[in-house]
Structure formats: C-alpha cells, structure tokens
Design a protein. Structure first.
Length: 265
C-alpha cells in the first residue's frame, strides 16, 4: 500500500517460577505481563468483580516476581479502572473496563509497551519498497532509501473487532528483526531494539485528523468518510537515524483521548 497523505527498563530478567504461569519472555516489560495475567484471571472469574485481590506479597510469591513488579502491574490496572484500592481494605476488582474504549494514544515509551501488550497487530502484507516522491517526503529520507513495509489490523486481545489500521516502515537493513512476524504482541520498535542491541533514543509523534478512505474504512468495518485520527510516529536511533516510521488510523468512535492537568507546586 502507499503511504497515506502527509498528516500524517527492561525489568527483572529472571522468569517467574509461580505455578501455572510464566511470562512471554522478551515480548513486553514484566509488570505489563503480570498485569495482563491478573486481568485474564478477572475475566475468567477467578477474581470476581467486587472481590479483593490477594495481597502484593501473596501475588509476588505466587508468580515468582518482586513486590515492586506486582505494585506496578496493579497500578496499571488501577489506571485502566479495572482495580481500585482503599487504605486498610485492599485492592478491589472493578467492572469499569471496556477494552474497545481504552485510549490508544501514548504519552510515553512505557505506554507504547502497554498498548502493544494489550493488543495484537495482525500483519496482512509485507514488502520491500524504495522510498520515492511523497513517501520519501513523509519519511524524511533521501529518495531511493530501502524500507521493509508491512501493514495490518490491530485488535484487542479478544479479537472482538478491529480498532485501527497500522502500517510500519522499518529500515531495510533491519528487516530480519520483523520479517518473520505475522502477529506482533509487542511494540515493533522493541523487536528492533532486541535485534540491534540499540535503544531507540527518540520517538516523534504527530496526531492529525482525516476522513477515512474507502480501503481503510472497509478494513475497519466503518463508513467511508467517517472521522478518524492518524497517529504518526518516527523512531530514531543514535545520531537521529530513522529506524522506523509508523502510522495508526483510529476511527473516532473507537477510542478516547484523555489527559490530566495538575497544578504546579
């Protein structure tokens, strides 16, 4: 497909030893994997709505992780409205989470990991392309530079319905990091970091509105011309080398965008 018009720490390395669960190594920070595990147990009824979770110490011992990891996982679920906490009472399971209304615009690198851990990027095409014309302008590169281009639908993990169309351009010299992936359950830039051993230094994010084209609207099951936002990200390595360019098209009805403003001290 063509580019759309311009609008566009690591944690603990030792795996948990808790029975019945182990992390998907290297796919996401450990606390996010623990959060996902707890949430699955809530969805399965092991932790019913209104009940109290085991204590942080109990969860840490059961899963074979640190109490700090459990605390981060619980904090993630509290931010999503799935858990609440009261001093002297404990952590309570709430019913107020809807996976299709979670905000999918990130404010930080950690939130990009969180989004990827909560979703699946099902890749439907892959190709090597040479950036020319408008695409070279969008990518901010010289004409003729080679990229590995792939695209597909990003789904909630329950695959209930698609909520965004995603396309990614990876420096062709790094294509081995992603070319064999058909379903990405981690951020694409994380695969690149694993492959190169180099941490992404900067992520530049732009957010602009657009009217959905017929092709993308059909893929997402919405109407042509419906309002959407396009989130474009450029991922830079050392020396501000462009390693990845990606955009995500989100129909307006399928996301919320929330910010919190606090008074300065």
């Amino acid at each position: 497909m063509n580019s759309i018009p311009t609008l566009t720490k690591p944690e603990e390395q030792n795996p948990p030893t808790g029975k019945g669960w182990k992390p998907e190594l290297d796919t996401a920070p450990l606390y996010l994997q623990v959060a996902r595990h707890i949430e699955n147990k809530v969805n399965n009824g092991d932790y019913p709505v209104g009940s109290l979770l085991p204590t942080e110490n109990e969860l840490a011992e059961a899963l074979g992780v640190s109490r700090q990891t459990v605390r981060q996982a619980i904090g993630t679920l509290r931010n999503k409205g799935r858990l609440s906490a009261r001093k002297g009472v404990g952590t309570r399971v709430e019913a107020g989470f809807n996976p299709e209304r979670t905000r999918f615009i990130a404010h930080s690198r950690a939130e990009l990991f969180e989004i990827a851990a909560e979703t699946e990027f099902v890749i439907t095409f892959k190709e090597e392309i040479s950036a020319q014309g408008r695409l070279a302008v969008d990518l901010g590169c010289r004409p003729g530079r080679k990229f590995f281009h792939m695209g597909g639908i990003r789904y909630p993990t329950n695959r209930s319905r698609p909520f965004s169309w995603n396309e990614v351009y990876v420096d062709a010299r790094l294509s081995a990091a992603v070319k064999d992936i058909d379903v990405a359950r981690s951020a694409i830039f994380h695969y690149i970091e694993q492959y190169t051993g180099e941490k992404i230094q900067e992520i530049e994010q732009d957010i602009k509105p657009m009217a959905l084209t017929e092709d993308i609207a059909t893929r997402l099951g919405v109407k042509t011309g419906d309002l959407a936002l396009v989130v474009t990200r450029r991922y830079y390595g050392s020396g501000r080398r462009l390693l990845e360019y990606a955009f995500q098209v989100l129909p307006a009805e399928r996301f919320t965008y929330t910010t919190t403003l606090r008074a300065e001290n």
